[in-house]
Design a protein. Structure first.
Length: 250
């Protein structure tokens, strides 16, 4: 009997990293072919931020490879902004997404490093414990539709023995009509990461050096709130081509 394929939960950190890099490489190549890769066009600082993907629940812009994958999909499908959210976040904000609906929606996989494990705390009857949500002043948040408090589950959070790569799927908010749009956040550039960012992870994806540089420059300009200009196409080495032709003619 052939061995059963490993489940995601059984993957090591390095195996998960390789799997996600393959996913990223495929989508980046497709974006280049379809001309939906955002780094192929020059943009001023304002244009660069206007299309920036962000977490619609808190307004924080996405960074790095995740931002590249999301923005490429935005351009491909013609989305007017960078407002993205998970299915769980969407349901928390009023949507009623079903498994069948999610199958019909266009999602983008992103990655993050998981350092903690959260499990729901259960009461004596085995039901998940909840607690009312409070605002920054400590006041209970009330749902205006039901006039009852919003509730959160209570979690027991523990540190993992070692960090591990995890993935989740994001959906553009325009795909979710049932969302309570009044509870969505706009892009908040005050939550932008520091200007000096690293893009060393691009080397492990298997892209050409030229594409790596283009993406790196694009992300640096975006994080630095600067303008962006694509690199010129690499020039062919004419002397090398002639040597190859001469070799073929012998």
């Amino acid at each position: 009997m052939s061995a059963q394929p490993k489940k995601w939960e059984e993957y090591t950190h390095e195996e998960r990293k390789e799997s996600f890099n393959n996913y990223a490489k495929y989508n980046i190549i497709q974006a280049i072919k379809s001309k939906s890769a955002p780094w192929l066009e020059a943009k001023n600082a304002k244009e660069l931020q206007h299309t920036r993907p962000f977490n619609a629940q808190i307004g924080r812009p996405y960074e790095g490879l995740n931002a590249i994958l999301l923005e490429s999909k935005q351009k491909e499908l013609g989305y007017e902004n960078g407002s993205w959210i998970t299915a769980k976040q969407a349901n928390f904000l009023g949507a009623k997404l079903t498994g069948e609906q999610l199958k019909q929606m266009q999602g983008v996989k992103i990655s993050y490093i998981k350092t903690k494990e959260a499990t729901k705390v259960l009461d004596k009857k085995g039901n998940p414990k909840t607690k009312p949500q409070v605002d920054k002043n400590g006041n209970t948040k009330i749902n205006p539709k039901t006039n009852k408090p919003y509730y959160d589950f209570v979690y027991d959070i523990k540190e993992l023995p070692a960090p591990i790569l995890e993935t989740t799927t994001l959906y553009h908010t325009s795909q979710i009509p049932s969302l309570d749009k009044s509870r969505l956040k706009e892009l908040d550039l005050s939550l932008n990461e520091p200007k000096d960012i690293t893009t060393n992870y691009l080397k492990g994806i298997g892209l050409t050096e030229h594409t790596q540089k283009q993406i790196s420059n694009y992300l640096q300009a975006q994080a630095g709130l600067e303008r962006y200009r694509p690199l010129p196409k690499p020039q062919l080495d004419i002397s090398q081509n002639k040597n190859q032709e001469n070799t073929m003619q012998r």
